[in-house]
Ligand binder design. Structure first.
Ligand SMILES: Cc1cc2nc3c(=O)[nH]c(=O)nc-3n(C[C@H](O)[C@H](O)[C@H](O)COP(=O)(O)OP(=O)(O)OC[C@H]3O[C@@H](n4cnc5c(N)ncnc54)[C@H](O)[C@@H]3O)c2cc1C
Length: 574
């Protein structure tokens, strides 16, 4: 079945909905999502969206820019960061005008709170920059954007799983998707496609990411010869619920919670004397693991405590209602009275599909765009987060660059006709499905996924070195062999979620390969990439972005320079 549109948006989280909304008045637009749109992971975002509104105290986009560049360990492209921080302000006001119910200051302005790494006067002290709707900011963004898209006649294909990207004569020509309800393949033929398929945290065993975050968009384009950028940088958020990974937002620390070791010591005083518990996530996660390694974890286990007991009922109920509920529900702990066990949890992919500042996917070191193909949100790498993202900057990124990609795509569809389409666009997807369904193997997909996640957690997470990464490379070979021998019990067409989970697992394996190869080659420590055998940042050799291609001989790496405009790289101290 072939559908024709001017533009397609793949993914209906914040980035996809914003791009769809921009395009909606310029042509026929469809949003394709494997989840029902309001179940997209943007809805899980808790703490807030960063913008220098200055509602409580003086603030400027230049300070926001400095913090973002420093937070990125100087790997972010500074022209893109400038756009992010300038356009954050109008974006938040747009959300307000579309009806987003932000929390308010007593005088009725949008309320703001401190967040990790966000400072005033270029690092002097924390600043209140995160605009929030209690601890449900992402939920409110998603609902608001979805309503706007419905109002503006975006056509939704819910529970359609994209399996392949179509490229014809050097132009993006559409995608192929499987309809979950029927098992049928559908070809979507379009002038422009925006990938907004979110992150890939399910590569690790302890993660804040939902089951669906398997990096499909990244994997699908990688298999079509498009590189991925900076995938070795994966953020671990310091405060996941112990063993479960469920996130307790940095908003908790923004409101005054502190981390304590087994002696009750506020250990961040030793690691970041100025910003303390509000230092950037890479530093706090490493500090937690150092405490644990040096014997100051709680009860000799892999966790420390988050202490909210001094915040008072009103703050917990009014500003952190969801996360305090999580603690009560999942741990049976009363956060107003007891300490909460936390450990770092895999949270955010800084890397992704390389784009320019208009969301156009670029396919090489010379920034050559692939006409008609765009990416935005967590699946993309602009790069505004470099080696480490600051909290609140993803919600800005998805909306600012979701909008820019939508706007550029709107111009593109006006100026271009539909590209040609091959006679059998679904052939490759059909082959993948047929191969999986006819497999006579013995391996359970769930077991392979568990091995992948445990090994990645053990060998390629917060700390790495050549030994652990080489061991992971070998493990991935084993995991690939097992995947070739995977068995599928459900051979039916309708609602075959097992088939799709195994497809997702194949993508996670490809992405793990990319991460490991990029991490092995990057012989330095920068942001979230911490090599114990190369503990220092090495600007002379590695102030550059990694591009990873999937070729016939596995992953091939290339590099491209970082754009530095206002802030020369310096040592990062907080
Ligand atoms: C618990 C949690 C709390 C967070 N809190 C904050 C915060 O306070 N502030 C902040 O800035 N950031 C926060 N983040 C990060 C931020 O929420 C995400 O990075 C961001 O929302 C990602 O948005 P997105 O639009 O790129 O992707 P998503 O919202 O993840 O949407 C992805 C979409 O792609 C679709 N999709 C995926 N694969 C396919 C496929 N194969 N075919 C079809 N559709 C597909 C999905 O159905 C979905 O609609 C948080 C993240 C988590 C996990």
């Amino acid at each position: 079945m072939v559908h024709r549109y001017d533009a397609l948006i793949i993914g209906a989280g914040g980035a996809g909905l914003m791009a769809a909304l921009q395009l909606s008045s310029h042509g026929r637009v469809a949003a394709i999502s494997k989840l029902y749109p309001t179940r997209s992971h943007t809805g899980a975002a808790q703490g807030g969206i960063g913008a220098a509104l200055g509602n409580h105290e003086e603030d400027h986009w230049e300070w926001h820019m400095f913090d973002t560049v420093k937070g990125s360990d100087y790997l972010a492209d500074q022209d893109a960061v400038e756009i992010l921080c300038r356009e954050a302000i109008e974006t938040v006001y747009d959300l307000e005008h579309w009806g987003l119910p932000f929390s308010r200051t007593p005088e009725g302005k949008i309320a703001q709170r401190p967040f990790g790494g966000h400072t005033r006067e270029f690092g002097k002290a924390p600043v209140r920059r995160s605009c929030y709707a209690a601890d449900r900011t992402g939920h409110m963004i998603l609902q608001t954007m979805y309503q706007q898209c419905l109002k503006n006649q975006v056509h939704f294909y819910d529970e359609y799983h994209v399996l392949d990207l179509l490229i014809e004569q050097g132009r993006c020509a559409g995608v192929v998707a499987l309809c979950l309800a029927t098992g049928e393949l559908h070809t979507f033929h379009a002038k422009a496609v925006v990938f907004a398929t979110g992150g890939c945290g399910r590569m690790f065993s302890v993660t804040s990411n939902a089951h669906a975050l398997t990096g499909d968009g990244m994997g699908v384009v990688l298999r079509r010869g498009i590189p991925l950028e900076d995938m070795e940088f994966f953020q671990f958020h310091p405060t996941g619920i112990y063993k479960m990974g469920i996130l307790l937002s940095e908003a908790a620390r923004g409101e005054g919670s502190v981390l304590r070791n087994k002696n009750g010591e506020r250990f961040m005083e030793r690691y970041a004397p100025t910003l303390l518990d509000l230092a950037p996530r890479d530093m706090v996660s490493r500090a937690i693991y150092r405490e644990i390694r040096e014997g100051r974890g709680i009860g000799g286990k892999n966790y420390v405590h988050l202490d909210m007991t001094h915040l008072g009922r009103e703050v917990l109920d009014m500003k952190l209602p969801d996360i305090t509920d999580f603690v009560r529900t999942y741990l049976g702990i009363e956060p107003a009275k007891e300490l909460i066990p936390v450990q770092p949890t895999a949270h955010y992919a800084m890397g992704g599909i390389p784009t320019d500042n208009d969301g156009r996917v670029v396919i090489d070191e010379k920034h050559t765009p692939l006409p008609g193909l765009y990416a935005a949100g967590e699946t993309a790498c602009v790069s505004v987060h470099g080696a480490n993202r600051l909290g609140t900057n993803s919600l800005v990124d998805i909306l600012v660059f979701g909008r820019r990609s939508g706007r550029h795509a709107a111009r593109f569809i006006k100026e271009n006709d539909l590209p040609p389409l091959s006679a059998k666009p679904e052939e490759r997807s059909r082959e993948i499905i047929a191969r999986l369904l006819s497999s006579q193997g013995q391996e359970r997909g769930a077991d392979i996924r568990e091995s992948l996640q445990n090994e990645m957690m053990d060998k390629a997470s917060v700390f790495r070195d050549a030994g652990t990464l080489m061991a992971m490379r070998e493990k991935l070979k084993e995991i690939r062999d097992r995947y070739a021998n995977v068995k599928i019990e459900d051979r039916g067409a309708k609602y075959n979620t097992q088939l799709l989970e195994i497809f997702e697992l194949g993508i996670l394996i490809d992405l793990a390969d990319v991460l490991v190869e990029g991490a092995l080659a990057r012989q330095e420590s920068r942001g979230a990439h911490s090599r114990e055998d190369f503990p220092k940042r090495d600007d002379a050799n590695f102030l550059k972005h990694t591009l990873a291609y999937l070729g016939p001989r596995g992953i091939q790496l290339a590099y491209k320079p970082v754009t530095v405009t206002r802030f020369e790289p310096k040592e990062r101290k907080y």
